[in-house]
Design a binder for this molecule. Structure first.
Ligand code: ATP
Ligand code: MG
Length: 544
């Protein structure tokens, strides 16, 4: 794929038709991508970092190369070898990127975790994945008290001074002449292990290869984010989620764009965050729906967002109401992208596609995405089925290798020629995909199937509703009855009259059988640490 700094957005139909996966024998994101940018544009900004205290640093591609050469030498000097697994838990500090690139160079398999994890979560991850090393930040050391006896971990690294067995990591730039040469990694060699978000149950371990994420995310960066080398891209995610790999690592750097990172700790502050977009002159911006829902409640006219070229969303479905509000204020459509920790972006509202409000878009170049039935056959347009990726006769490069140590999950995700995602959708006659829900979340009521998201989106159109979660409650007569947990916007108070008003409102906005027969007002919704609504947790509290 040739690179030209000011190319126009790629035409979707042409890309679908012409795209072929390259399948080189060897691939390494650090040497093949970062070092190439360093050679071609050494002084171009690669990482623009800032934090809440006002500190700010810019690292060029050349610095990124030299600091990751140093990190690779440092890690191998500690005895870590190709194939060893290193658990990395850090806030959004530049060292995370240096160490990760160092691991990639040396073939060390990195396993990101979010700083929100507790000691118990960390122990589970270290032991489940047989980690050999822990890489962390001085601010996270307390999280490891009580896990230091975790079986198999021999190497403990922190960015701060800490007593033995901790070794201090202080980043430096290392000229190439002093660097250790590592043998090239094979494209099929393991690159990283992510834990899924745990929205439906215990997180699963997803293993990616040097190619599946390192190379596969060119789809994300080039076709969906539409990045060019002069872009300043910001994805809102902490370092522990696949979203970070999509939008804060492989996606932007594949295309030589600058990765804008703002290190905030604690709760997401939408007002402060809009100021970051303004100050950093961000050109392309990706956020999860939980953040979008908070952003559109702010005074969007109070900030100058004129630098923005694209805004995108992934991780959960995004309510049309939110897209409309943002568009009114900024003129930009929020384009959705659909994928999983297991994949790169596999369905997206690509820039050249005529947008359809509420649709996730169309299949990515390089992927055949089907909507299939229990027998593994594609269903007719307009009918609901399982979202699946064709893996035979050819497995797309941007798809994980499999779940680690989880035969049941591997079996459940395989059906005939397909990898089954666990999500449900409808494809329309034009080929657009419409998300219905996670298979487990779909509600069966009075013979109808209802995706919680459409009821939540209808509720969100009412000014009193800030956010909601909709589930099916077991019901003797109708199978399941629809129940909504509702969080109100400031200035509105819970009352039976308001509940009635919301029910009437949904009956008018959508088909009446979808209205929630029960409404409960709450002050918080259960979410994963990455901000996704855990409907499974609400279901567990229900009795027939
Ligand atoms: P777990 O697998 O542990 O339950 P998870 O599925 O939430 O957690 P992720 O891999 O972070 O873990 O999320 C992928 C899922 O997020 C998808 O399977 C889908 O349900 C949802 N998702 C992602 N993007 C979109 C989108 N644009 N629209 C609707 N849903 C989306
Ligand atoms: Mg999942």
């Amino acid at each position: 794929m040739p690179e030209s700094p000011s190319r126009a957005s790629v035409d979707y139909e042409t890309a679908r038709r012409d795209f072929r996966w390259e399948r080189p024998e060897h691939f390494n994101f650090a040497t093949d991508v970062i070092d190439r940018h360093a050679a071609e544009r050494p002084q171009a900004p690669a990482l623009q970092w800032s934090d809440e205290s006002g500190r700010s640093r810019t690292f060029t591609f050349q610095e990124l190369k030299e600091r990751s050469l140093h990190a690779a030498r440092f890690l191998s000097g500690l005895g870590l070898a190709r194939g060893d697994r290193a658990f990395i838990l850090m806030p959004r500090v530049p060292e995370w990127w240096f160490l990760v690139l160092g691991c990639i160079r040396a073939g060390i398999v990195f396993m990101p975790g979010t700083p929100m994890l507790t000691a118990k979560d960390i122990r589970y991850r270290l032991e489940a994945a047989s980690a050999k090393a822990v890489l962390t930040d001085a601010s996270c050391l307390d999280r490891f008290e009580g896990v230091r006896d975790a079986a198999g971990v021999t190497t403990w690294v922190s960015t701060g001074d800490a007593p033995s067995p901790w070794t201090r990591y202080a980043s430096e730039a290392l000229p190439e002449s002093q660097a250790v040469a590592f043998p090239p990694t094979r494209a099929e060699e393991p690159l990283l292990i992510y834990f899924t978000s745990g929205t439906t149950g215990m997180p699963k371990m997803v293993q990616h290869t040097q190619a599946s994420y390192g190379q596969g995310h060119r789809i994300t960066g080039r076709y969906w984010l539409d990045l060019k080398s002069e872009d300043r891209h910001l994805t809102l995610s902490d370092t522990g989620w696949a979203k970070c790999a999509w939008g804060k690592l492989f996606g932007p750097w594949s295309e030589g764009a600058c990765n804008v990172v703002h290190d905030f700790r604690g709760r997401f502050d939408p007002v402060a965050f809009l100021k970051v977009l303004e100050r950093e002159r961000v050109t392309t911006f990706c956020a999860p729906p939980t953040a979008w829902r908070a952003l559109v409640l702010q005074d969007l006219k109070a900030v100058d967002l004129s630098s923005l070229r694209h805004t995108v969303s992934a991780g959960e479905p995004l309510n049309p109401e939110v897209i409309e509000t943002w568009k009114e204020a900024t003129g930009l459509f929020i384009r959705e992208g659909y994928g999983q920790t297991e994949t790169v972006v596999i369905v997206g509202m690509f820039p050249s596609l005529p947008p359809r409000m509420g649709s996730m878009g169309k299949p990515s170049p390089g992927f055949t995405v089907g909507v299939i039935n229990e027998q593994g056959e594609e269903v007719a347009d307009g009918q609901e089925g399982d979202i699946a990726v064709r893996v035979k006769p050819e497995r797309p490069v941007g798809l994980f290798q499999g779940y680690l140590n989880d035969d049941a999950a591997n079996a459940a995700s395989s059906r005939g020629d397909w990898y089954v995602t666990g999500d449900r959708a409808v494809r329309d006659a034009e080929g657009y995909l419409w998300f219905v829900g996670r298979s487990d979340d779909v509600i069966k009521t009075s013979g109808y199937r209802v995706g919680p998201f459409e009821v939540e989106s209808a509720l969100l159109e009412h000014p009193a509703v800030a956010e909601s979660a909709v589930i099916g409650v077991p019901d003797d007569k109708i199978g399941q009855r629809i129940k909504a947990y509702v969080l109100l916007t400031p200035g509105h108070t819970a009352s039976p009259a308001l509940a009635q008003e919301l029910q009437d409102f949904v009956k008018k906005t959508t088909a009446p059988y979808k209205y929630p027969r029960e409404i409960e007002f709450v002050s918080e919704l259960p979410k994963t640490v990455s901000g996704k609504i855990r409907r499974a947790e609400l279901r567990a509290t229900q009795k027939p």
